[in-house]
Design a protein. Sequence first.
Length: 118
Amino acid sequence: MQPKLVPLRISSGWSVGYNNFLEISTEDFIDDTYPYEWDLNEDILQFSNEYRKRILDLGWYPSSNPKGQYRIVLIELCEDEDQAEKWDSPLFQYCSRDTNDIKDKINFVLQEVATGRL
């Protein structure tokens, strides 16, 4: 059975580019027998807020690696299509292996951006 998406409180103004953030136990990811190994990659979730000029990105680094962790990055949305220069200077960054911890931090960032504080 496929795990469900992690429930998030997506504030007004956000667009979902993609969302593959699953309710899985990353504590069990210790070797290549983990059934969700390929779901833990660099492209798990990406939201954008055109009004606030922000992109929120979530990935697992290193990709599909049991020693990896989630990384949330918030960058300024700019005219450069691939945002190359902005990835090197994020407005916010946070790392953790815990799915619930990451869920809480994403909800915090979504709200802070929506209200103009981030």
